[in-house]
Design a protein around this ligand. Structure first.
Ligand code: GLY
Ligand code: MN
Ligand code: MN
Length: 428
């Protein structure tokens, strides 16, 4: 994987802002991700916790950041705990960062070894009244597997019951929501690489190719362009598979006359792209497929203007659903009269579009932030209207990534989405 260097000032500045938002006499502990076991002695590929990366730039496992902005000893105000490099072990485990490299990446001079963390933490905690921890507060998070911050919260509550415990997530969310220019540059690059993969796919797809061959075309382009790989499990679904919203098996064959729905995005410098495109397997939309596709495209184009300061995802969902409802009437899926008498709890459009059409994106494809959060300049979201008509084997989604501004900025304008462009590129 290509090494992508960050400016330590970015991480330093992020820490300064966080430190200022803590109450007086506080310690903030930001843990890294666990190394998750697959089977036996094999682990799943390691990906650093987005929070820890945001505040340090350190991608190495077994790393922890501690901030104690008012510690009497200035050297103890910012500490990174890391693996102690061991030249003999490194023959097996690979290279580990030196103290100087950690300093150069993060801007933090005080580096201590992770094996000594308990002892050092005791001193730091006893010099503070408040303990802040970075628990996963994503609304839809559901996972029975414990993780470092959660285990640490239990341990510290046992050991230091007289301290006051606080949530870091609301503070970090506010920071991570607004993307800085360097972050938008990385997201733009992730979108650009995703676009080159799509161009490659357009040249490759024809009746008889498999969904996994299409996935292979994508990953080939991602890795050769310096991305880590997919930002999330890609969806490559042809025909009826395009109707399964979270289809990731990608094991089917793309057949003549079907639509192929792809939801895919590169991760570049730890930032995600999240793109969906739908193409005709044989290179030409049927009149009905084209009518449905253009309905979704019209809505996407028109809804881009909603990504302005002051709106919320909740409002955008409702507006886009209404726009799609109009289009569905035009496509003959139901009538305006039927809409008037529908059960408001079960609107008719929901039979053909059953998901929200926007989420925040950044270091994570489903990035931090709530659907009630008022949008501000510099936030980045997806816009992903779709239509899924089971009886006609039609599944369409078009998804772009938009930066909130008075005039919203679409990071995916270079990725073809017009019927004429897609058909022309598939026939080259
Ligand atoms: N790729 C996941 C999503 O569109 O939300
Ligand atoms: Mn998305
Ligand atoms: Mn997507």
């Amino acid at each position: 994987m290509k090494k992508i260097l960050y400016n330590p000032d970015f991480h330093r500045n992020n820490r300064t802002i966080l430190a200022k938002s803590l109450q007086p006499s506080s310690i903030a502990i930001i843990t890294g991700n666990d190394e998750l076991n697959r089977n036996g002695d094999q682990n799943f590929p390691f990906r650093q916790s987005s929070d820890l990366f945001y505040f340090t730039g350190i991608e190495q496992e077994k790393t922890m950041l501690v901030l104690c902005p008012e510690h009497p000893d200035p050297k103890m105000r910012e500490i990174i705990f890391a693996i102690k490099p061991d030249p003999i072990l490194e023959t097996w485990t690979g290279y580990k960062l030196t103290t100087e490299e950690i300093w150069a990446t993060s801007g933090i001079k005080t580096v201590k070894w992770i094996n000594d963390a308990d002892m050092v933490l005791r001193d730091l905690i006893l010099n503070a009244e408040n303990i802040y921890l970075n628990l996963n507060e994503y609304t839809k998070y559901q996972n029975p597997v414990s993780y470092q911050a959660e285990r640490l919260a239990h341990e510290l509550k046992q050991s230091y019951p007289a301290h006051r415990f606080h949530r870091l997530a609301p503070l970090i969310t506010i920071q991570r929501l607004i993307k800085q220019p360097i972050e938008i540059e990385h997201m733009q690059e992730a979108c650009k690489i995703t676009g080159t993969a799509f161009q490659r796919v357009l040249k490759f797809v024809k009746p008889g190719v498999t969904e996994y061959e299409v996935e292979a075309e994508m990953i080939h382009e991602f890795i050769r362009k310096g991305a880590r790989g997919h930002a999330y499990q890609p969806i490559v679904g042809s025909g009826e598979n395009a109707l399964v919203l979270h289809y990731t098996e990608n094991s089917g064959t793309c057949k003549n006359g079907e639509l192929l729905l792809m939801d895919f995005g590169a991760e570049y410098g730890n930032y995600a792209a999240d793109c969906s495109r739908t193409i005709p397997v044989n290179g030409k939309f049927t009149p009905r497929q084209k009518a449905c596709y253009e309905a979704v495209l019209r809505v996407q184009k028109s809804a881009t203007k909603l990504f302005v300061p002051g709106k919320t995802i909740d409002e955008i969902n409702k507006t886009v659903w209404k726009m799609m409802e109009e289009e569905m009437i035009g496509l003959g899926l139901f009538t305006a009269k039927e809409v008037k008498s529908q059960d408001p709890e079960k609107p008719l459009f929901f039979n053909y579009l059953m998901h929200g059409v926007a989420h925040f994106i950044g270091l994570d494809v489903h990035d931090v932030g709530s659907k009630y959060q008022k949008l501000k300049r510099g936030m980045v979201l997806t816009l992903e209207p779709g239509i899924y008509i089971k009886d006609e084997n039609i599944g369409i989604r078009i998804e772009n990534n938009i930066v909130v501004d008075e005039v919203p900025i679409d990071l995916m304008t270079e990725i073809p989405r017009e019927v004429s462009e897609i058909e022309a590129l598939m026939h080259q």
